[in-house]
Design a protein around this ligand. Structure first.
Ligand code: COA
Length: 246
């Protein structure tokens, strides 16, 4: 797949690599980027060869500095926005990805940047990373899932702290709060993220997908429902593995 204005898509064996590619604007999330990501993730989602997905940002300074502020004045009407959301809901697409998503994060990870990172399953960051939700300071609400995904990761209190005050987290704070899984030097970020993706891709993809589903779907269920889901997925995994051996 090629020819996207704002995103680079590369497939390396079983790994899909998606690069936000507007470094001159700190990879700010634009309407075109939404459309490009929607097309790319939609294709990855149904690509059974892909066993893990890597999301990263081009350039030295940022993974993504949030929504493109230059597009704010050209925002569509509420009716048009609702229509676009109904036909091109990128955030639900992120949530519905069956493969594990790994975010490789450096520099500024703000607004829709952090929201995309929070839709990923694993987050690796560099020491210079800065996480933040500037929305409150701009008089708007996060609208790419942040009010829902953040408390699921930081807990309600930590999420309120970030969302109501605009407080930014550095790498160590993010690590201690469980927002990132590991911190690695900038020079090795990509290598470490790729190694992690390769490791996951080396496992049985049915097991990996079902484990992801049990955890991510189970989180939104009661414990009782979650245990049923786990039981069903474990049985399905066993059956699929047995069928593939016979
Ligand atoms: N939308 C559009 N362009 C953006 C942008 C955004 N969210 N963030 C940065 N840019 C652009 C800048 O306008 C600048 O473009 P220019 O060189 O043509 O003037 C370029 O990216 C570099 O940014 P700059 O502000 O010069 O870098 P900095 O290191 O001084 O500051 C930030 C970095 C992230 C602190 C600062 O760019 C910033 O506050 N950005 C906005 C963050 C934000 O509020 N996002 C919206 C969340 S809803």
């Amino acid at each position: 797949m090629s020819g996207f204005d704002t995103v680079i898509y590369e497939k390396n064996g079983n790994i899909a690599c998606v690069t936000l590619n507007r470094p001159q604007a700190l990879n700010a999330f634009s309407v075109q980027m939404r459309d490009d990501l929607f097309e790319i993730l939609g294709a990855i989602r149904v690509d059974d060869e892909v066993r893990a997905v890597l999301l990263k940002g081009a350039g030295d300074k940022a993974f993504c500095a949030g929504a493109d502020l230059r597009e704010f004045l050209t925002a569509p009407s509420a009716i048009k926005a609702r229509h676009i959301r109904s036909v091109r809901d990128l955030w639900r697409l992120f949530m519905s990805m069956p493969q594990p998503l790994i975010a490789a994060l450096h520099g500024y990870v703000l607004g829709s940047g952090i929201e995309m990172a929070l839709f990923c399953d694993l987050r690796i960051a560099t020491p210079d990373v800065v996480f933040g939700f500037p929305e409150v300071t701009l008089g708007i609400l996060p609208a790419a899932g942040g009010t829902q995904t953040l408390p699921r990761i930081l807990g309600l209190s930590g999420a309120l702290d970030m969302l109501l005050t605009g407080r930014r987290l550095n790498a160590q704070e993010a690590l201690s709060k469980g927002m990132v899984n590991q911190i690695v030097p900038r020079e090795t970020l990509l290598h470490e993220a790729e190694e992690l993706a390769q490791k996951i891709a080396s496992y049985d993809p049915v097991v990996v997908r079902n484990a992801k589903q049990a955890l991510t779907k189970g989180m939104d269920m009661t414990l009782d429902q979650g245990l049923d889901l786990e039981w069903r997925l474990a049985a399905k995994t066993r059956e699929t593995r047995q069928a593939s051996k016979s």
